[in-house]
Design a protein around this ligand. Sequence first.
Ligand SMILES: [Zn+2]
Length: 267
Amino acid sequence: MRYIEPHAHMVSRTTDDYKHMALAGCAAVCEPAFWAGFDRRSPAGFYDYFCQLTEHEPRRAAKFGVKHFCWLCINSKEAEDVKLAEEVIDLIPAFLERENVLGIGEIGLNKNSRNELKVFERQVELAAKHRQLILVHTPHLEDKLKGTRLILDVLKNDPRITPERVIIDHVEEHTVEMVLDCGMWAGMTLYPETKCTPARAIDILELYGRERLWLNSACDWGVSDPLAVPKTALEMKKRGHGAKAIEQAIFTNPKTFLRQSPHFKLE
Ligand SMILES: [Zn+2]
């Protein structure tokens, strides 16, 4: 089995996790910039984080033969302080040419607040200006449907945004269709407790076809499983999906989307 982990927060994982992922067939891991489990108080904290994502983590992954890529942004959980967010956004262009940077993400909404929306729009602007791919985080639980609608409205109303260059992550049964209908990609996050279980994710694949969908573990500092993608592949096999369908879900699809960035090279 070979697979791509398109969404994992490796800065909060151990080196053993890299080893286990490599043993399970992980060819590449992609790490969106996100909350670090605590609020950072200064742009300098984010500058160091961007250096960690573009310098340190690729070296840590390379020890196990895994390619490491990343996305840069200020996340929605830290977007309430608009002045801080603006200062962080101003740091990003200088990092975009670093060789493992795929685009702007994971931007989006957390509580659907006015300030979060303002910072989201500012980062869509940044992506459009620099012709970057976009990876979007959608809110949890009761905020998801409304937040997904708000996000799609912003993206659809910007003529510079090409839908197939956007992935909306953490979709569930009630949001996947509206994302695919816009021509964008949809990511399903496999969490042991919340978001999608492997069984629900496979149901969604069976219902909505195999195009423009990917699976990720989004493993981070919380309760999550860095091997959720290969475990779901085994579950697909048990449910009678063929090798080609499984490879499409866990390898070919993420590769097709990510290859739109000139920085995504597997060899
Ligand atoms: Zn994430």
